[in-house]
Design a protein around this ligand. Sequence first.
Ligand code: NAP
Length: 255
Amino acid sequence: MQCFPSLVLALSSLLGALALLQLSLYLRVPSRYGKHEERLCRPRGRLPARCAWFVQELPSFLVPALLLALRSPPRLEPLGCRLLCCLFCWHYFYRTFIYPFFTRGRPFPLQLLFFGTLFCVYNGFLQGYYLIYCAEYPNDWCTDIRFTSGLLLFLLGMGINIHSDLLLRQLRKPGEVTYKIPQGGLFTYVSGANYFGEIVEWFGFAIATWSLPAFTFAFFTLCCIGPRAYHHHRYYLKTFTDYPKSRKALIPFVF
Ligand SMILES: NC(=O)c1ccc[n+]([C@@H]2O[C@H](COP(=O)([O-])OP(=O)(O)OC[C@H]3O[C@@H](n4cnc5c(N)ncnc54)[C@H](OP(=O)(O)O)[C@@H]3O)[C@@H](O)[C@H]2O)c1
């Protein structure tokens, strides 16, 4: 396989367009899973959350891993391959093989699962193809301020995301499906602490890789879970009269 820059440009542009489409769809109405399924009509087919998250996220890990394994010669050079392995695949290893097995979430709608899985194939291919076959970095990239600051942001975001998802999980006993007020960590400041972490993480990845596909994916993430954080916030304010009034939706002290 070789690098076709026009393919990367086309796939990135389509991802950007999908991001804007999502933003326009989900600003007014939240995506219909989790706590927002209650207020809206319940879709018919649903899969247990563990299974659904595993199936949905697997392609994001598998597609780049396969591209990497099929690369000839099979090695971890150039630097793009290492970045991909260490950051992108690391996140999706966690999201596919660890997160689903601890979730206490409600069953997930099949329709959303279908689109989520398609997206993961698409994005896994785009990020993997670019970093394995197209990306070129100077030898001293690892000491470049973009790499070091991006890596720090990525790690910080991932830490916030994992910690916040853990705090949410601890709100429920096994088998419970009720909603409570999240407390602690970054939830002290925002309702969408896990989403804030994920957004910081992908912008960090974009800065570290300094690539169009990664910036487009970070933008997509913002357009996808940014509105969801806002809807979570409104849900909490409506549902809990004692919900902390100083808490923001997504960005501490700002929004
Ligand atoms: N990169 C992307 O574009 C993208 C897109 C979507 C998700 N994600 C990531 O995937 C992860 C899960 O996303 P999500 O949309 O499912 O997050 P979420 O709505 O915040 O829910 C996360 C988990 O916590 C439970 N939960 C949420 N609020 C709760 C409360 N107040 N009390 C008790 N339990 C509560 C949920 O149960 P229920 O399912 O029963 O509500 C679910 O199991 C997050 O880390 C997110 O950042 C990334």
